[in-house]
Design a protein around this ligand. Structure first.
Ligand SMILES: [Zn+2]
Ligand SMILES: [Zn+2]
Ligand SMILES: [Zn+2]
Length: 1009
């Protein structure tokens, strides 16, 4: 064995073509990504991409505007990351996919913040000054958020996003409102709405969140004042003989149950279900009427000792009975209503038309007055109008504070039968998190059941048309369709007015006499023009008053005096008309969007968090159906919430908050992007600092090292000249180094076939928005196919085969071409992987792409390229190759590796190059192997020094390893018989001798032998 040190060993080693690349192992993303961003900006990369796709099929992802009142959080990063994956992958699939980002700038949250900052000063300021402060506040966060999304590597028209507060947008929002008004969708009416007494404004369904709240739970009795015998006279009444007698002596009550004692002053009726059975329960001195099915429960809750049923009758018997209010000098009417349930309570429902949607409807049916004793701030007011001008003890208290006072009053009057406390899910304001109330106020509404015409001229309602349109949209995940359908089917009319300042005004003139608006298209256009010139502030200035035509007369009552409405629009109108204000109007979108509206094949995608079924998806659908008769999108996708590993929301107070900006500063934007790709976004997703660190230190690092190895194989230095050479991927016929597919080595053909297969799968996964599948496919390919297999077996060929050959030296040329074959495969794989990863690892993929040897058609950035096509990678036989290797070669290789591992374990061999392998198999298999792959391939594939084949008649493949025969080559370390056969290079094998000769390596003498 020739193990003695050799004087030539160092120079021999210098003839190996070890990987060399400037692509660093350490990514240093926090420093390098901002440099790349600056480069992209300087070269106007987004503009270049847009110009490159001009005329291509169009794809619109319409951005839902995030609210501009804070820095971005991880949920934003998830959503914007997903959008960027889609826009980039569509662009690389050949679509013209513009991305116009949006910013939501109006509304309560900003106004509240600004009011807080202004403090008492705001009371002296005109509305226009507050609006100016809101504008500045919103702009500050628009700028901040944009800088953070840009840092994340999201491509888009960041220099000109759409903002709901630009004059254009404000004018378009108002124009949309006038559209609803002129088409008859809008009415003004008294309605119970969610009301925040803290913010003193109405809240939309979407602005209400359910949180736990403790309420008093009380049973109150109402004394029957009408004649009990009318109940007795009910047709299907059953009564024991004693009923009449007992009733004539004892007072009769019904019992109501409520958790809102503060609504009792407005109690005008008690509702009974017309088809439910009610019973009269007699105690020694009193008779109570409650639902039969709830009687046992009520007896227990109210401790009605000795109560027993004396009569049974239907709820219809109680219709128009009368009761005395428990503490006010007022009559309460018995009414029938079908929403009364037997789930809980007593079956007798206290009804305050001002404080409940059902109650309101019942009040209207029975002609009850809509009394309202609660003001904007939630205070009980005007209570002296009962009880002889004396204010009630709860006068002036806010509703929640009035609860105990009213309970005390009930006790005093003997009306309280039981009290306990109930912790239940209760609506809260999404901004201030205080409990909200329901309160009847004068508001503006879009009527959900407004009649509309379908495209075919048949009649329907806004609600039904919206439901019809939902059916034409692809909802992803599919349950979204059910969710939004139910919401549209059951929602009340859309309350679109707010009593605040910072939003587009409901810019109408109201008749002072009848409060109805002037509806004039001409006047409306004039107001829109004013807003377009001067912004929404102008509505609060005399410039707006001047637009009222001289001598205007109310069309309804003939009134001649008018006032300007000061209510503003619901902020969901702003965002909800973005299809109208942006898609239909923006120069980058309008032609494609109009084509979509004309039913041409232009996809329009909305992608937001799942809370937007009640928010933006919802408001956009209704506005588009109202104004255009169809849905504003063709596909709606939702992402889940971002939670920690215990399933809790990420929050600063829990200490599990993850700031995506800090992660980008510490680990890199590509790490945040890789995380977005790694999760199944349709479900709730998990994020934690350790998880992100693991992504950076394990997954990302492995991918990066694979790229580094690949790139390293594409550059070489000729030791004889010292000249560096980069692999030139052009075909040899054109002066390059590239080998045609059919002339490539079998292993290289196989890996390209695998890459082609991967390309097809990844492109499909992008198309299906299955980014976590892209992530897994990529990782698996880099780990199993490249690192553990291909790049491992390739080392010998890449490092030891000659990098050039002398004319006429056929063996040198053969070896040279085999090496070029590997490099051709590596170039194609690297190029394909850079393109396929570009939508996700946007920074790193560009770095890889730019590190690739450049050809004349090489783009300046990977983001200007298209995705590879499978057929470009493996020209012929791709499917056959994959199957053949999968069925025959890979299993055989695995078996050999196992056996060698065994031998190593028992120290029978050291390195696998010390082994040779004998393959025994049926003749046809051997013929197939040698025919398809050639004998040489096997040694490379198995990473052993020699492989022999022998046909036998068993029906299986057997592998028998043994110690390799021959001597260890000093250069390639294979143990082969031909070491030393070439005199001038006595310590190397013939193959290495060819490589040395090719570069005119000086002959040397063997020493020590
Ligand atoms: Zn509030
Ligand atoms: Zn009028
Ligand atoms: Zn050798």
């Amino acid at each position: 064995m020739l193990e003695a040190p050799n004087s030539q060993s160092k120079p021999l080693k210098s003839t190996l073509n070890l990987p060399q690349t400037a692509f660093p192992m350490k990514a240093n993303l926090p420093v390098n990504e901002p440099l790349r961003l600056a480069q992209w900006k300087k070269s106007d990369l987004y503009g270049q991409i847009r110009r490159a796709r001009a005329g291509a099929p169009r794809y619109i992802l319409h951005d839902g505007p995030p609210y501009a009142n804070g820095a971005i959080h991880l949920g934003h990063a998830l959503n914007k990351g997903l959008k960027d994956f889609i826009v980039k992958s569509k662009t690389m699939a050949g679509f013209d996919a513009p991305y116009v980002p949006g910013c939501d700038c109006h509304g309560l949250p900003i106004e509240i913040k600004v009011e807080e900052q202004l403090g008492r000063k705001r009371l002296e300021l005109p509305a226009t000054a507050i609006m100016e402060a809101c504008r500045a506040y919103a702009q500050k966060f628009v700028d901040l958020q944009i800088s953070q999304f840009v840092r994340l590597g999201v491509f888009g028209r960041w220099d000109k996003p759409y903002k709901t507060m630009t004059r254009d947008y404000e004018a378009r929002t108002l124009e949309a409102f006038y559209g609803f008004l002129e088409k008859g969708f809008v009415y003004r009416g008294l309605k119970p709405v969610y009301w925040c007494i803290h913010d003193r404004t109405t809240l939309a369904e979407a602005e209400v969140e359910y949180e736990q709240h403790t309420s008093p739970s009380i049973y109150v009795r109402y004394r029957l004042t009408s004649d009990p015998s009318t109940i007795l006279g009910a047709p299907s009444m059953t009564a024991s003989p004693s009923w009449v007698g007992e009733v004539s002596q004892n007072p009769v009550y019904t019992i109501i149950w409520t958790t809102t004692p503060w609504t009792l002053p407005a109690s005008l009726a008690v509702a009974f279900h017309p088809e439910m059975e009610y019973v009269a329960l007699a105690t020694s001195d009193t008779t109570y009427i409650v639902a039969a099915s709830l009687a046992a429960q009520v007896i227990a809750a109210c401790n009605l000792t000795g109560a027993h049923e004396v009569a049974r009758f239907p709820g219809t018997a109680l219709d128009r009975a009368t009761f005395a209010h428990p503490f006010l000098d007022r009559t309460v009417l018995g009414v029938n209503a079908t929403y009364v349930t037997a789930d809980q309570g007593t079956g007798a429902v206290h009804t305050a038309p001002a404080h409940g949607v059902d109650d309101f409807a019942t009040g209207q049916r029975y002609g009850l007055p809509e009394v309202q004793y609660v003001d904007d701030a939630g205070r009980q007011i005007g209570t002296e109008r009962f009880g002889g001008g004396q204010p009630q003890p709860y006068e002036g208290l806010t509703v929640f504070k009035s609860n105990p006072v009213i309970v005390e009053l009930l006790k005093e009057r003997g009306a309280l039968l039981a009290i306990s406390h109930l912790e239940h899910s209760y609506p809260h304001c999404w901004r201030c998190h205080n409990p909200v109330i329901t309160r009847a106020t004068e508001q503006w509404f879009i009527g959900m059941d407004t009649p509309v015409k379908r495209a075919d001229g048949s009649g329907t309602t806004l609600r039904q048309l919206a439901i019809d349109e939902i059916d034409k949209v692809v909802w992803d995940p599919a349950w979204g369709k059910v969710r939004i359908t139910n919401m549209i089917a059951t929602r009340p009319d859309w309350c679109i007015s707010r009593q605040k300042i910072w939003d587009v005004p409901i810019a109408v003139f109201l008749c002072r006499q009848c409060s109805r608006p002037i509806v004039s298209a001409e006047l409306n256009r004039a107001v829109v023009a004013l807003i377009e010139r001067e912004g929404i502030e102008a509505w609060r200035t005399p410039a707006a008053d001047a637009l009222l035509p001289a001598g205007a007369v109310c069309a309804h009552c003939g009134g001649t005096a008018f006032r300007k409405e000061t209510d503003i629009l619901d902020v969901w109108i702003d965002a909800g008309v973005s299809w109208f204000a942006v898609c239909e109007a923006d120069p980058d979108l309008k032609s494609a969007y109009t084509a979509f509206q004309n039913r041409e094949d232009v996809p329009v995608l909305y992608l937001e968090g799942a809370d937007q079924y009640r928010g933006w998806f919802h408001s956009s659908l209704l506005t588009s159906v109202a104004l255009r008769g169809h849905a504003p999108y063709s596909r709606v996708v939702t992402n889940g919430w971002t939670l920690d590993e215990q399933g809790r929301a990420l929050s600063k107070s829990l200490g599990n908050f993850i700031d995506p900006v800090a992660i980008m500063d510490q680990l890199g934007g590509d790490i945040v992007r890789l995380w977005v790709a790694s999760v199944d976004f349709r479900e709730d997703v998990v994020a934690s600092l350790p998880l992100l660190k693991r992504l950076a230190e394990e997954i990302y690092r492995k991918l990066r090292n694979t790229f580094r190895f690949l790139l390293g194989a594409l550059s070489e230095t000729d030791p004889s000249t010292g000249l560096a050479h980069d692999f030139d991927p052009r075909p040899m016929a054109d002066g390059g180094d590239g080998i045609a597919f059919d002339a490539m080595q079998p292993i290289d053909q196989y890996i390209l076939a695998r890459t082609a297969d991967l390309t097809g799968k990844i492109r499909k996964a992008y198309e299906d928005f299955e980014f976590h599948r892209v992530y897994h496919l990529l990782n698996e390919f880099c780990n199993s196919e490249l690192s553990a297999f291909y790049l491992d077996v390739l080392k010998d060929r890449l490092y030891t085969y000659p990098i050039k050959f002398k004319q006429g030296h056929a063996e040198q040329e053969r070896l040279y071409l085999a090496r070029r074959s590997a490099q051709t495969a590596i170039y194609k794989i690297t190029d394909a992987l850079a393109r396929l990863t570009a939508p996700i690892l946007s920074f790193t993929a560009d770095e890889v792409y730019q590190s690739l040897p450049h050809t004349p058609d090489h783009q300046a950035s990977v983001h200007l390229t298209l995705f590879p096509k499978p057929e470009d990678l493996a020209v012929t036989e791709a499917a056959f190759l994959v199957d053949f290797w999968h069925d025959h070669v890979i299993p055989m290789r695995e078996r050999v590796l196992e056996v060698l591992e065994e031998l190593r374990k028992y120290k029978q061999i050291g390195k696998s190059l010390e082994a040779q392998v004998h393959i025994f198999a049926p003749k046809e298999i051997i013929d197939l192997f040698i025919g398809r792959l050639g004998a040489d391939t096997f040694a490379e594939l198995l990473n052993v020094s020699q492989v022999t084949f022998q046909a036998d008649d068993t029906n299986m493949v057997r592998v028998v390893p043994s110690q390799a025969v021959g001597t260890k080559c000093d250069r390639c370390w294979r143990h082969v018989p031909d070491v030393g056969q070439r005199e001038k290079y006595p310590t190397v094998c013939l193959r290495c001798a060819e490589a040395l000769d090719a570069i005119d390596f000086p002959p040397y003498a063997a020493t020590n032998s």
